[in-house]
Design a protein around this ligand. Structure first.
Ligand code: DNO
Length: 359
């Protein structure tokens, strides 16, 4: 596995590449142009500037997370081709600078959703939390306001104020889009972009829906083994692949994750590995990577990747906020717990490597 770290860009992240260099075994930086809203053109100079900076510190910039998809593509309306052309243009420019994998999602309106960004855990740390009943009864605008307020002055991917200001309008547009229609629109998008990806050797890696169930009446299509299987069949090419996020799938099917990894392994280009603790009422909270701390058996997950000799990219995904860092870090993206998570994963991986070598 190739260990990576999500970094928010030049002048946009308190955690610098010099800090990241001190975390053992991290070889790649997962990046994006975070000021770009979905559908905007990415300039070659900006891509090059970021890649050069990443490379100057000894990392690769092989993975971009995310190039966000304009709602007109998800809605399948008359503007979609224009936005798909822009998307293709970005894929080509990224390929030219050496990018290998693009992580994206196809969730309508919202990216990941939580009700509390700083819920306290029993050890005094805090983490992202989801209260199921609250989301079932609340106006989506209130959730958006909570998240934006919690984020303070930090930009949050998937929660761009420009889009959220038009929430009512957006919901109105989605009212006739059900799961089948959303799948159809996803297929149309893939049929246009995957041939280009094959040509320029960039792998697409869709991120599962988080949480893995429909919210606010909006359909969600990447949320279970069956959904993933259907998705991979829409365009049956290795370039049409997955970001397998254990934390996103976890609240719906934590115990199945190792077998999902085994089943779809050859289409997983990027692994997001983290743990969640799921409560009986459907609430969940993000916990440390340690298997015992939550419902995702991270040991088994890493074993599944090791068995298949996984050569793709991995990142610790989110972490709790530790030792007061919630005052400065982006929610879910502190330094300490993600670094601890990496060491946990290396501990498992290196042990398995030694065992294999001794056989
Ligand atoms: C959350 C992330 C997601 C992910 C997007 C991909 O922290 O895993 O926001 O980047 O869904 O497009």
């Amino acid at each position: 596995m190739q260990m990576t770290w999500r970094w928010y860009g030049i002048n946009n992240d308190d955690i610098t590449l010099d800090h990241i260099r001190q975390i053992p075994g991290v070889t790649g930086i997962v990046w994006s142009l975070h000021d770009k809203v979905a559908g905007e053109v990415w300039e070659e100079e900006r891509i090059k500037e970021t890649m050069d900076h990443i490379r100057s510190k000894g990392f690769n910039g092989d993975v971009v997370e995310s190039v966000n998809i304009h709602d007109d593509i998800k809605l399948g309306n008359e503007n979609r081709d224009k936005y798909i052309d822009i998307y293709i243009d970005t894929i080509r420019k990224l390929a030219k600078e050496g990018v290998k994998v693009i992580c994206y999602n196809f969730m309508p309106v919202f990216d990941w959703t939580r009700t509390d960004l700083y819920k306290e855990l029993e050890d005094g740390s805090n983490a992202l939390f989801y209260e199921k009943a609250l989301v079932e009864g609340i106006n989506p605008k209130e959730i958006a306001d909570r998240i934006l307020e919690g984020a303070g002055d930090k930009t949050m991917p998937g929660w761009e104020p420009e889009r959220l200001n038009k929430l009512e309008e957006l919901f109105e547009k989605y009212k006739d889009i059900d799961e089948d229609k959303l799948f159809e629109n996803l297929k149309y998008f893939l049929e246009r972009i995957i041939p280009v990806c094959e040509e320029v050797d960039v792998k697409m890696a869709i991120h599962p829906d988080d949480p893995p169930w429909p919210i606010f009446g909006l359909p969600r299509v990447i949320r279970s083994r069956d959904h993933i299987k259907k998705f991979l069949g829409l365009v049956d090419s290795p370039y049409n692949g997955l970001t397998l996020c254990t934390g996103s799938l976890g609240p719906g099917q934590a115990s199945e994750i190792p077998s999902i990894v085994r089943e779809f392994g050859d289409r997983i280009h990027f692994a997001h590995i983290r743990n969640v603790r799921v409560y009986e009422n459907g609430d969940f909270i993000e916990v440390s990577h340690r298997a015992q701390d939550g419902n995702v058996d991270v040991v088994e997950v890493v074993k599944a990747y090791h068995e298949m000799d996984f050569k793709g990219y991995v990142r610790p995904d989110h972490g709790r906020h530790l030792w007061g860092e919630e005052k400065t870090c982006r929610p879910g993206y502190g330094l300490y717990d993600r670094a601890l998570g990496i060491m946990y994963m290396w501990g498992i991986w290196d042990t398995l490597e030694k065992e294999r070598a001794a056989k």
